[in-house]
Design a protein around this ligand. Structure first.
Ligand SMILES: Cc1cc2nc3c(=O)[nH]c(=O)nc-3n(C[C@H](O)[C@H](O)[C@H](O)COP(=O)(O)OP(=O)(O)OC[C@H]3O[C@@H](n4cnc5c(N)ncnc54)[C@H](O)[C@@H]3O)c2cc1C
Length: 401
C-alpha cells in the first residue's frame, strides 16, 4: 500500500483520519474495559473478538503498530511529528490499541540501533504485525535494582551459547514466544563488562516458566528457568560482553513508556473533579470539603504540567534522538503521580473503592480498585523510584557519588 498522501502535516492528518475511519471497526472505537480486551499477539494470539483481529491485521499491514520504524522492517516510516498526529487521531476517534507489545515498545528500538541486518529482517516485521510476542528477561532473584549482578550464565559451545540460570518477575513469560535476555558471558570481567544481550526462543528445550500470583489476584508474571538451553550465537545482539549498553538503551525506552502509561483501565475518561462530584455531591456547585478540593486541584495541575513537560520533551526529540537518562525523571514523576491519582479515586469512592469482586460493586469501582493496586507496581517495574532518584542525581544532575 502506498504511503498516505499529504506532505504537510495537516494533509497527513486528514489522510490518516480518513484511513482510520475506513479501517477501524466500530467496536474497536469503544473503551477497553478490562485487561481481557488487550491484544498481545504472538504465535498463540488470543483475540477478544473478530473485530480485534481485523483491527490488528489492518494496523499491522499499514505499519501503524510501529509507526516510526522503517517500512522495510514492518513500520510505516513516519517522522516523529507524523507519529504524534497518528496518535492524536487514534485518540480523537477513541480507537483501542491494536497491539500491546514489549517487542514494539522496547526491543524494536534497540534492535534498530544495535541489531544486524539479518536480525532486523528476521524479528522486526513479524513483531510489528503482532506475530511474535516478547518478554523481558532482566531481573533475577539476586539482581533487581542491582541488575548488573545477574548470574544467568551463557557459555559459547560451537555456534551456540548454552544458557543456565533463572529470571524472575518476567512479565507474560508463560505466554511469550521469545525473550530478550541478559546473560553473563564473562564471569571474570567487572560486572558491567561481562554481560551480553541474547534473544531466546521460549520453545527451546530446557526453558520452563512458573507463574507468580499477585495481590490483585492476577498472575501477569513468572519465574523463568534455563537448563542447558542452546541459543544460536547469531541471536546475540550487539557485542559479546557489550550487552550492558544495549540493556541500558532498552531501559530508557521502557522508562519513557512507563512514564506515559496510565493504568488505562480506569479514570482516564472522567476527571477527578467529576468523579468526586458524582460520589460526594456538591454545595453551590462545588465540592463541600475544601481539603479534598485542594488535593484534587493540585493533582490536576500536576498532571497537566507532567503532560506538557512530556510533550515538550517529545517535541525536543523530533530529530529522532533516542531517549536518555532524563527518562528517569519522567518515570519517577509519572508513576508517583499516577499512584496519587488512583489513591484519590479510591478515597473518593469510600467503601465502594475497596471492592475486588462482588456484584454490589459497579464494574468501574472494581476496575478502580484493581488499577489502584496495580499502580503500586508502576514505581517498581522498570527500576524502582529510589533507583530513578540515584540515576537523576548521577547522570542528569552530575552530583558526586
Ligand atoms: C509489575 C512488574 C513487572 C515486572 N516485569 C519485569 C519483566 O518483565 N522483566 C524483568 O526482568 N523484570 C520485571 N520486573 C522486575 C523489576 O524490574 C524489579 O522488581 C525492580 O527492578 C526492583 O528489583 P527487586 O524487585 O529485586 O527489588 P530490590 O532491588 O531488592 O529493591 C528492594 C527495595 O530496595 C530499594 N533499593 C535497592 N537498591 C537501592 C539503592 N541503591 N538505593 C536506594 N534504594 C535501593 C528499592 O528501591 C526497593 O524499594 C517487574 C516488576 C514488577 C513490579
Amino acid at each position: 500500500m502506498e504511503l498516505l498522501s499529504g506532505d504537510d502535516l495537516e494533509g497527513f492528518r486528514a489522510a490518516t483520519r480518513a484511513w482510520l475511519e475506513a479501517n477501524c471497526p466500530a467496536a474497536m472505537r469503544t473503551p477497553a474495559r478490562s485487561a481481557d480486551d488487550d491484544v498481545w499477539g504472538g504465535r498463540a494470539a488470543v483475540f477478544p473478538s473478530d473485530d480485534a483481529r481485523v483491527w490488528l491485521e489492518r494496523m499491522g499491514a499499514r505499519g501503524f503498530t510501529a509507526p516510526t520504524w522503517p517500512r522495510e522492517y514492518g513500520g510505516a516510516g513516519l517522522t516523529a511529528e507524523q507519529a504524534r498526529v497518528l496518535d492524536e487521531e487514534l485518540r480523537s476517534l477513541g480507537c483501542r490499541a491494536a497491539l500491546k507489545s514489549f517487542g514494539v515498545w522496547m526491543l524494536g528500538p534497540v534492535l534498530l540501533q544495535y541489531g544486524t541486518e539479518a536480525q532486523k529482517l528476521a524479528f522486526l516485521p513479524p513483531t510489528a504485525r503482532g506475530e511474535l510476542r516478547w518478554c523481558q528477561g532482566y531481573s533475577e532473584p539476586a539482581a533487581g535494582s542491582d541488575l548488573a549482578s545477574l548470574q544467568t550464565r551463557a557459555v559459547l559451545d560451537g555456534d551456540a551459547y548454552v544458557v543456565d540460570g533463572q529470571k524472575v518477575w518476567t512479565s507474560h513469560a508463560d505466554k511469550a514466544d521469545w525473550m530478550f535476555c541478559l546473560v553473563r558471558t564473562d564471569p571474570a570481567a567487572p560486572k558491567h563488562e561481562g554481560i551480553s544481550f541474547l534473544l531466546i526462543d521460549m520453545r527451546s528445550p530446557g526453558v520452563s516458566t512458573r507463574p507468580i500470583r499477585l495481590i490483585s489476584g492476577a498472575s501477569p508474571f513468572c519465574e523463568a528457568f534455563f537448563d542447558g538451553v542452546r541459543v544460536p550465537a547469531a541471536q546475540l545482539v550487539g557485542r559479546v560482553n557489550g550487552g550492558w549498553a544495549v540493556a541500558k538503551a532498552l531501559l530508557e525506552h521502557e522508562r519513557a513508556l512507563i512514564s506515559r502509561m496510565r493504568d488505562a483501565a480506569f479514570g482516564e475518561d472522567e476527571s477527578l473533579e467529576s468523579i468526586a462530584k458524582r460520589y460526594l455531591g456538591t454545595v453551590d456547585g462545588a465540592l463541600a470539603d475544601p481539603v479534598l478540593r485542594d488535593r484534587i486541584a493540585q493533582a490536576s495541575m500536576d498532571s497537566l504540567c507532567n503532560s506538557l513537560t512530556l510533550r515538550r520533551s517529545a517535541e525536543g526529540a523530533r530529530s529522532g534522538r533516542p531517549p536518555g537518562a532524563e527518562t528517569s525523571m519522567f518515570k519517577l514523576y509519572g508513576t508517583e503521580l499516577n499512584k496519587r491519582r488512583l489513591e484519590l479515586i479510591v478515597e473518593i469512592e469510600g467503601f465502594r473503592g475497596v471492592g475486588v469482586e462482588g456484584s454490589e460493586f459497579s464494574a468501574d469501582e472494581l476496575a478502580s480498585t484493581r488499577a489502584w493496586l496495580r499502580s503500586r507496581a508502576n514505581s517498581i517495574e522498570g527500576g524502582s523510584s529510589e533507583i530513578q532518584l540515584n540515576i537523576i542525581a548521577r547522570r542528569v544532575l552530575g552530583l558526586p557519588e
